[in-house]
Design a protein around this ligand. Structure first.
Ligand code: SME
Length: 155
């Protein structure tokens, strides 16, 4: 079920651009985006980043919401699939996703988007969980990928 409120992605992008202007520190940028994204949309019940910390390995970064698991290999979970494939993972029903890692039993749907720096360097992934089933659309995925590219694409 999609949330009936259309997210104002243009306004969100403008706020994030203003909040992050001139900043190049990845952790500071992730902390700022996790906060702004999380509080921008009632569908977002967990919003955060997993960082590439070694070959085929993700570790938790800045996030908003309940505790997230600390380490995810590229071989596991929705986050691992996004990191492994370089493609956004739009999951309408997490129980139907093979190998989904449940950090909260309340999560029903999930959107995970790879975060790329300059020259296509994989920095990590943005993970958004919702307690609403089928909460996310391709519009969300494309708009958030654009915001991530604006912030991280030059790093
Ligand atoms: N659900 C994710 C794990 C991270 S927790 O949701 C914060 C996955 O399957 O990779």
């Amino acid at each position: 079920m999609k949330d009936m409120t259309d997210t104002d992605y243009d306004g969100l992008a403008a706020r994030i651009a203003a909040l992050t202007e001139g900043e190049t520190d990845e952790v500071a940028l992730m902390a700022t985006l996790a906060c702004e994204l999380h509080h921008s949309d009632a569908r977002f019940d967990w919003t955060g980043f997993y960082r590439v910390v070694g070959p085929e390995l993700l570790k938790i970064g800045p996030y908003q919401g309940g505790h997230g698991c600390l380490v995810i290999p590229f071989s596991r979970g929705v986050c691992g699939a996004a990191a492994r494939t370089g493609e956004a993972q739009l999951v309408p029903d997490v129980d139907a996703f093979p190998g989904h890692i449940a950090c909260a039993s309340s999560t029903r749907s999930e959107l995970v988007i790879p975060v790329f720096g300059a020259q296509g360097r994989l920095i990590g992934v943005l993970d958004i969980d919702s307690d609403q089933p089928d909460a996310f659309t391709q519009v969300d995925a494309a708009a958030l990928a654009g915001i991530l590219n604006d912030v991280f694409g030059k790093l």
